[in-house]
Design a protein around this ligand. Structure first.
Ligand code: GLA
Length: 725
C-alpha cells in the first residue's frame, strides 16, 4: 500500500517508488510533517516534532504548554497565518469579524484507490485505479468555520506525489481566502540550492541555481499567465547534486495563471517551501457552503540527481498528464507559414507551400496568423474570427481541399483570448476587454486582452471558433496568447470580488480549451504564447505540444531546450527548422529533432542540397519518432556549463537503442572530447550506426566515446544512432 495510516502512532506514511513522506497528527491535532526523503521502512520518526525555539520569542499553545513545541518552529504540514507560525504561510482566511488568523487542526481522513479530478481545472490523472492511491486529510479552523481538505495522491510505481487543497466555508457567514497555496513542504535543513527557470521572450527557461539563504527567496508571475520570465517549476537540490548524483526535490505547479513559489529559511536553518496561486492581487470570497479548489502541484523526489528528476517528470507527464488521441499517436510533421510568409499569403501561395512540402515528405500545412478579419498586420482584427476572403477567395474550403489533395493535413492559428481595438468585435462590445473603470488600459502588440472570465464573452468566441472548426476539415489548432494582462478587472465583477479576476480569467481559458478538446477530440492542439510564454503543465492537459520559443536559432535553442527539459519531455517541445538563421540546416535539424519536429520556412526557397538534407531529416523523424518522444533523456554536456559544446542522449525505455547528439557552439583548436554515455545496459552490445563499431554499454558509459574529429567547427553538429547488436 503506498498510503498507510498507523493508528497507534497517529501517522500517515506515503511511499512512492523513490520516496517516503510521513505526516503526524500531533497533540491538539496539529498536523506535522516528520519526513520527506529517500524510502524508509518506519511509519514514525521520533524527535522531529519540535525544533529549537531559542531566542525567537516563539509562542506556545496554552493546552500543550510552554514545552518544546511551538508552531513557529515545528515542521507544520500546511502552515497557516497568524497563530504563532511566523514563517510564510500557505493559507490565510479573513473571517466575518475581519481577522485573518487561520489555525487548522486534524478532524478526519479518507484513503482510497485512484485519483479524483478538480472541477473546472486541469490535473494529472490515473490510467487505472491501481496506479495511485489518494489520501484526503480533513482539517478545520473551529473559529472561522473553514474546513480544509489536503489531497495527496501517491503514484507507487514512480517518484511522484501530487498535492492540492480545497477550502470550504462551513459557517453561516461569508469569508475571504487571502492566500491558498497548493503545497507546503517543511524540510529540516537548508543545505540546498534553489533551481528555477528564468527568461524572456526569445530566451525562455534558462536554468538558474543559487544556494538557499536565510530569509525569503522565490519566483513568481503577476502577468496573468505563467509567463516567459519564470516558469512554475522549482527544484531544491543538495549543493553537490549534479545530473547523475544527489538528492533533488522537484516541484511543478499545474497552473497557467499568476503563481508564486517561495522558500523561507529560518533561524533553525530549516526550509519551508510553498507553491501555488500568487497571493498578490488574489482573493476569493466564499459564501456559506461554497468551496475553492487550489491548482495541483506535482512533487518529485530522487537521490539520482537532477537528470533523474527530469526523467521522472518526463515519464509522468507522458503517461499521466498528456491525454487524448495524440498522447500516443504519431503526430504529423508540420510546416508552419509564419516565418515563411508572415501576413503576406493567399490561397495560391499556401497551396504552393503544400505542393513543395509534399515533395519533402511533410505531412501538414499550418496557416498561421493573418487569415481572418482584415488582418494584414498585427494592428487589427483579433476577435473577428471569420475568413478574409480577399486572401482566401471562397473561404477555407477550396484551400483545404487543395492542400488535402496534395496529401497534407491542414492546421490553423487562433488567439482566442485577445481583442484588437480595431475590430468589429470591439466596436460591438467596447466593454469586453480586460480593464478597470476610469483607466485607459495598457496596450501590447496593438491589442487588449479579452475578458474570458465572462461566460457571455467565452460563448461568443466559442461560437465563432465552432463555426470555422465544424465547417472545415481542420486537423490542428495553434492557440496563441501574445501579451500579458494589466489593468486587471472585469466589468461584471462586484467590488468585493474584484480580486478573483486573475483566477477567474484562467478558469475561463481552461473552459474554452476544454470546449475545444471535448468537441473536437481529433484536432491536434498546440499551445503558444509569443513563443514559450505559457509553457506549463496545465496547458499540457489540453495541448500535448507547446511552441517552445520564437527563437529558432539552433545554438540559442540549446539553452532553451536544456532548460525546458528540466521538467517537460521532448514530446511537448515544439521545435522547428527555420530559414533565416546563421547555422546550417544539418544543425538546425539536429537540434529541432529533440522535440516535436517541424519546419517554419518557405520550402520553395530551399537549394537542391538543402532539399536533400531536409528529406533525410524527415526520414529520421519517422524512424526515430518513438525513441525521441518516449525515450529517456540524459543531458550529457550542458551549454550552461560548457562554452564549447552541448551533448545529449535519448535512450529507449528498453535500452535497446539510443541517439547521441553533439553540437559545437564554439570550436577549440585542440579539442579533447570524450563523452561518457549514460543510461545504457552495461551488458548489452551496441552498434554505432555511423561507423559500424560494436562495443558494450559498459565501455560507452565508463570509457566514453572520443569525438575529436566530428562536428568540431563552430555551428557543426552530429547525431549518432546506436542499436543493440
Ligand atoms: C506569436 C507566435 C508566433 C506566431 C505569431 C503570429 O509570436 O509565437 O509563432 O504565431 O505570434 O502573430
Amino acid at each position: 500500500m503506498p498510503i498507510i495510516y498507523d493508528e497507534k502512532k497517529r501517522t500517515f506514511k506515503l511511499d512512492t517508488a523513490t520516496s517516503s513522506y510521513i505526516i503526524k497528527i500531533y497533540e491538539e491535532n496539529y498536523l506535522l510533517n516528520l519526513y520527506y526523503g529517500a524510502p524508509i521502512p518506519e511509519t514514525y520518526i521520533s524527535g522531529r516534532e519540535c525544533r529549537q525555539r531559542n531566542a525567537s520569542f516563539s509562542l506556545a499553545n496554552s493546552v500543550i504548554g510552554e514545552r518544546a513545541f511551538t508552531p513557529d518552529t515545528a515542521p507544520m504540514e500546511y502552515g497557516c497565518n497568524g497563530a504563532a507560525d511566523f514563517r510564510i504561510s500557505a493559507l490565510a482566511v479573513r473571517n466575518i469579524n475581519g481577522d485573518s488568523v487561520t489555525d487548522i487542526r486534524y478532524v478526519d481522513h479518507k484513503i482510497y484507490a485512484g485519483k479524483p479530478g478538480i472541477p473546472g481545472q486541469p490535473s494529472s490523472y490515473v490510467n487505472n485505479e491501481s496506479e495511485a492511491d489518494t489520501l484526503e486529510i480533513y482539517a478545520e479552523d473551529a473559529v472561522t468555520g473553514v474546513r480544509v481538505t489536503l489531497y495527496y495522491t501517491v503514484f507507487s510505481s514512480c517518484g511522484v506525489m501530487t498535492r492540492r487543497v480545497r477550502v470550504e466555508n462551513t459557517s453561516s457567514f461569508c469569508c475571504d481566502i487571502e492566500r491558498v497555496f497548493s503545497l507546503c513542504v517543511d524540510l529540516p535543513t537548508m543545505d540546498y540550492d534553489f533551481i528555477s527557470l528564468y527568461g524572456l521572450h526569445y530566451k525562455e527557461r534558462y536554468v538558474e541555481r543559487r544556494p538557499l539563504a536565510h530569509g525569503l527567496q522565490g519566483i513568481e508571475s503577476k502577468r496573468g499567465v505563467s509567463g516567459h520570465c519564470q516558469n512554475p517549476f522549482v527544484a531544491l537540490a543538495e549543493h553537490n547534486a549534479d545530473e547523475r548524483h544527489g538528492t533533488v526535490y522537484g516541484f511543478n505547479l499545474v497552473y497557467s495563471g499568476n503563481f508564486s513559489a517561495l522558500a523561507e529559511c529560518d533561524f533553525n536553518h530549516s526550509t519551508r517551501l510553498i507553491m501555488g496561486i500568487n497571493p498578490v492581487d488574489f482573493g476569493w470570497r466564499l459564501a456559506p457552503g461554497e468551496y475553492f479548489d487550489s491548482p495541483e502541484a506535482v512533487m518529485v523526489f530522487t537521490e539520482g540527481g537532477i537528470g533523474e528528476m527530469s526523467r521522472i517528470f518526463h515519464r509522468f507527464y507522458n503517461t499521466n498528464l498528456i491525454r487524448g488521441r495524440w498522447k500516443n499517436q504519431k503526430r504529423p510533421l508540420l510546416i508552419n507559414s509564419w516565418e515563411a510568409a508572415f501576413f503576406d499569403f493567399d490561397t495560391e501561395k499556401l497551396v504552393d507551400f503544400a505542393k513543395t512540402a509534399k515533395q519533402l515528405g511533410i505531412e501538414m500545412l499550418v496557416m498561421d496568423d493573418g487569415w481572418f478579419g482584415r488582418r494584414n498586420n498585427d494592428t487589427c482584427s483579433l476577435g473577428d474570427w471569420f475568413v478574409n476572403e480577399e486572401k482566401l477567395p471562397g473561404g477555407l474550403v477550396p484551400l483545404i481541399e487543395q492542400v488535402n489533395k496534395e496529401g497534407l493535413k491542414f492546421g490553423i492559428w487562433y488567439e482566442p483570448e485577445m481583442i484588437s481595438p480595431d475590430s468589429e468585435l470591439f466596436r460591438k462590445h467596447p466593454d469586453w476587454h480586460v480593464h478597470v473603470a476610469g483607466r485607459e488600459p495598457m496596450i501590447g502588440r496593438h491589442q487588449y486582452v479579452l475578458d474570458v472570465s465572462r461566460e457571455d464573452v467565452r460563448d461568443n468566441i466559442w461560437q465563432q471558433m465552432y463555426k470555422v472548426l465544424s465547417e472545415n476539415k481542420i486537423d490542428y489548432v495553434k492557440w496563441d496568447f501574445n501579451r500579458n494582462i494589466s489593468d486587471a478587472g472585469s466589468a461584471l465583477l462586484p467590488a468585493d470580488r474584484k480580486k478573483e479576476f486573475f483566477h477567474r480569467f484562467i478558469l475561463g481559458t481552461y473552459d474554452l480549451m476544454n470546449r475545444l478538446v471535448t468537441t473536437f477530440p481529433d484536432i491536434l492542439f498546440e499551445n503558444c504564447s509569443g513563443g514559450g510564454g505559457r509553457f506549463d503543465p496545465a496547458m499540457l492537459c489540453y495541448s500535448p505540444q507547446i511552441w517552445t520559443s520564437d527563437n529558432t536559432d539552433p545554438i540559442e535553442r540549446l539553452y532553451i531546450q536544456f532548460g525546458t527539459s528540466m521538467c517537460y519531455p521532448a514530446s511537448t517541445m515544439g521545435a522547428h527548422v527555420s530559414a533565416n538563421r546563421r547555422t546550417g540546416y544539418e544543425t538546425k535539424g539536429n537540434v529541432a529533432m529533440w522535440g516535436t519536429f517541424g519546419y517554419e520556412l518557405d520550402p520553395r526557397k530551399l537549394t537542391e542540397q538543402e532539399v536533400e538534407i531536409v528529406k533525410e531529416q524527415v526520414r529520421r523523424y519517422h524512424e526515430y519518432y518513438d525513441l525521441i518522444h518516449y525515450g529517456d533523456l540524459y543531458r550529457l554536456i550542458s551549454p550552461f556549463d560548457n562554452p564549447y559544446r552541448a551533448a545529449w542522449q535519448i535512450v529507449s525505455q528498453e535500452k535497446d537503442c539510443f541517439m547521441l547528439t553533439l553540437v559545437t557552439m564554439r570550436s577549440e583548436l585542440y579539442p579533447n572530447i570524450i563523452v561518457k554515455l549514460q543510461g545504457l545496459d552495461p551488458k548489452k552490445q551496441y552498434r554505432n550506426e555511423t561507423t559500424g563499431d560494436i562495443c558494450s554499454g559498459a565501455l560507452l558509459m565508463n570509457a566514453g566515446l572520443v569525438l575529436n574529429n566530428v562536428a568540431s567547427r563552430t555551428g557543426e553538429s552530429c547525431v549518432i544512432y546506436f542499436t543493440e547488436a
